[in-house]
Design a protein around this ligand. Structure first.
Ligand code: SF4
Ligand code: SF4
Length: 195
C-alpha cells in the first residue's frame, strides 16, 4: 500500500475483493460454468475491453480494524504494485462494458450471444457453399507419354529393288532365267541392312 495520505482517508476498498481473468466463453457449457460462479455469494463477473473477469468480494485476512495492512512489510507483490493512481478510491478503476451480479443476468446474456454466434456461423456456412458452387470442379487427366518414333533404317533402293525386280523370284530359292541370260538373284539372298 502506498504511504500516500489518500489511504488514510479510505476504508481500504482495494483490500476487500480480488479479481481474476477468465476464458472468454464460447459454448453453452462454458457460459453455464460462469453461471455456476454467479450462484455463489459475493461473486461478480464483468467484461472489460473484450476480456472476461471473475471478481470475489472477500476481505483480506490481514486488514486491520483501522484499515491498515497487518503485513505491510511482507505484503504480496500485487499489493506492492497497486498504487493510489486511479485506484478504487477514485471510483474509476474498472471500465467494464458489462457487469453480471446474478446468474439470471448472465443466462440472458448467454442466450443472446449464442443466438448471434449461431446466426454468424450459419451465414459463414452459406457463404462457403455459394463459393463452392461457383467454383468449377478441376479434373486432372494423366498425360500419356508420347510414343518414341521408331527409327527405320535408310533403304537403298539400288541394293534391294534392282535385283528383286529383275529376278521374277518364285520364293523357292531356285530363281528363273531372265531375258539377257543372267541368273536372277532370289529375294532370300537380299542383303540385310544394319539398323
Ligand atoms: S483503494 Fe486506493 S486509497 Fe483506498 S486503500 Fe486502496 S490504494 Fe489506498
Ligand atoms: S495484504 Fe495488506 S495490502 Fe494486501 S490486501 Fe491484505 S491488507 Fe491489503
Amino acid at each position: 500500500m502506498s504511504s500516500s495520505c489518500l489511504c488514510d482517508q479510505c476504508s481500504a476498498l482495494c483490500c476487500r475483493y480480488f479479481v481474476l481473468e477468465i476464458d472468454t466463453p464460447q459454448t453453452r457449457r462454458q457460459y453455464d460454468d460462469i453461471r455456476w460462479y454467479l450462484v455463489h455469494q459475493n461473486v461478480f463477473v464483468f467484461i472489460e475491453k473484450r476480456k472476461w473477469y471473475l471478481g470475489i468480494y472477500s476481505r483480506c485476512k490481514h486488514l486491520q480494524p483501522d484499515n491498515r495492512c497487518g503485513i505491510y512489510d511482507t505484503r504480496p507483490r500485487i499489493c506492492r504494485d497497486y498504487s493510489t493512481d486511479n485506484c478504487d478510491y477514485h471510483g474509476g478503476e474498472y471500465d467494464w462494458q458489462v457487469l453480471f451480479s446474478s446468474a439470471e443476468q448472465l443466462a440472458a446474456y448467454a442466450e443472446e450471444a449464442l443466438a448471434k454466434r449461431a446466426l454468424k456461423r450459419s451465414k459463414e456456412r452459406q457463404k462457403q457453399q455459394r463459393q463452392k458452387a461457383r467454383k468449377p470442379e478441376l479434373t486432372f487427366v494423366k498425360k500419356r507419354p508420347r510414343a518414341t518414333p521408331r527409327r527405320l533404317p535408310k533403304l537403298r533402293p539400288g541394293l534391294m529393288l534392282g535385283p528383286a525386280l529383275a529376278s521374277g523370284a518364285n520364293g523357292n530359292g531356285n530363281g528363273n532365267r531372265n531375258g539377257n541370260g543372267r541368273h536372277a538373284t532370289s529375294l532370300r539372298s537380299l542383303p540385310v541392312l544394319p539398323r
